[in-house]
Design a protein around this ligand. Sequence first.
Ligand code: GAR
Length: 200
Amino acid sequence: MRTAILISGRGSNMVALIEAAQAADFPAEIALVAANLPEAGGLERARLAGIATAAVDHRPFGKDREAFERKLDEVLRVNQIELIALAGFMRVLTPWFVTRWQGRLINIHPSLLPLYRGTHTHARALEAGATEHGCTVHFVVPELDSGPMIAQAKVPVLPGDDEASLSARVLEQEHLLYPEALKLVASGEVRLETGAAAGG
Ligand code: GAR
């Protein structure tokens, strides 16, 4: 499955996916890394790994999210992408884009969804006095961080934890979880049941 990874930042999950996909029997090929910020550090890391990259800057499109996504979609199609893995891609996608890629669009989120959708998940877990925390890979649906779960990993919250220590513990699990989840989706072992398809 020709897979694109979309990033906005340093791309440590991206690196984990690229490395996992190098195994001969991995069912996804990382064919493209695209970023909405040309300065995203992960783009250079992808280039060094020999992966094709693209930058589609969202800023010139202003508030017109769909216009940005049409450009992004074009880049994905030119590169014959079949599956998209969001890895620290910090743009909310419109229903137009999400519907277009439904079932072929997955995301990693740094919390045990449905807890702590949105941002600042580690700070919010600490503030809530949580004793466990973690990360989730899920199918993307139009409602933010709400799609069906593919895989989840838990970590303990330890006494004395701050945002930095907790996020590092979660990130370590993200790097293990995301390749496993991508494998499940790319191999067809896990599929998104849409309303219509679930009828039978
Ligand atoms: C990761 O922790 C990822 O789960 C999170 O951003 C970080 C990106 O790090 N994603 C979100 O918060 C999406 N809502 P990375 O660039 O090193 O992979």
